[in-house]
Design a protein around this ligand. Structure first.
Ligand SMILES: Nc1ncnc2c1ncn2[C@@H]1O[C@H](COP(=O)(O)OP(=O)(O)OP(=O)(O)O)[C@@H](O)[C@H]1O
Length: 231
């Protein structure tokens, strides 16, 4: 279905962000439609993570409005979302196992039995290739293994919206290919918003491309390929 016909999921109008005197984002007008695969790139410090955090309502914009919409077009208070943050916010001293970190992605899901949670967790551990590390404390993992675990946490609820901030960070080339497979499987039936500096493979999968450098530049051409950050 053409993007114009798909219902809007998230709408941003006149959104801006300041940190103290420093202006990070201004004049952001952006609609994210159901089923979009939106690839976001841009220079370091351009405001990509800030934009995602505003979309997630983890950060309040200094001006403008962010609205969520249900499938029938009515306003929604919240969205079910799987989120992979750019920065690993897990305290390495916190006594959590890989399984527990992955399963924590189900905390907002009601009505699941312990067995359901266990089965879903085991399935995701296989998806991210971390079955052998299931009982290992998260603090004793490599950077790439933590990243896989956090991706598992984002995927486990099978939320209709997936927001991934630099999912390719720390992972090896083999798992990078696995991430592309996962994204191909999800694309179409999940709305994906993904930030990356590595666009070669992702740009070919994405249905929309934007560059964030203090504001949002939407690339309209169907054949557009984002091959490098704008400088
Ligand atoms: N909590 C904060 N307090 C003050 N300034 C901040 C804060 N968080 C981010 N910034 C500033 O906001 C700007 C945008 O940061 P952001 O992390 O959104 O950029 P980015 O495009 O994701 O960068 P990168 O590509 O390096 O990950 C940067 O100049 C950063 O220093």
């Amino acid at each position: 279905m053409d993007k114009q016909q798909r219902p809007v999921l998230i709408s941003m109008r006149g959104v801006g962000l300041r940190h103290g005197l420093r202006r990070v984002l201004s004049g952001v007008d952006l609609d994210i439609h159901r089923g979009d695969f939106m690839a976001i790139t841009g220079p370091n410090g351009g405001g990509k993570t800030s934009l995602l955090r505003i979309i997630l309502r983890l950060l309040r914009p200094s001006e403008g409005e962010v609205a969520y919409f249900a499938a029938d077009g009515s306003r929604a208070d919240r969205l079910d979302v799987g989120y992979l943050p750019q920065k690993n916010t897990i305290d390495s001293h916190f006594p959590l196992t890989v399984s527990e970190v992955v399963a924590s992605g189900l905390l907002g899901c009601r009505g699941m039995s312990r067995k359901d949670v266990e089965e879903r967790t085991n399935a995701i551990l296989r998806t991210i290739g971390m079955e052998r590390h299931a009982s290992q404390p998260i603090g004793r993992l490599s950077g790439g293994q933590v990243q896989r675990s956090l991706l598992g946490r984002a995927l486990i609820s099978e939320a209709p919206l997936l927001i991934l901030d630099e999912p390719l960070s720390y992972v090896d080339k083999h798992f990078e290919q696995r991430i592309y497979e996962i994204l191909r499987e999800k694309a179409g039936n999940t709305t994906i918003v993904l930030v990356s500096h590595e666009m070669t493979a992702i740009a070919a999968m994405a249905t929309r491309h934007i560059i964030v450098d203090g504001t949002v530049h939407v690339c309209h051409s169907d054949n557009h390929r984002v091959v490098c950050d704008c400088g």
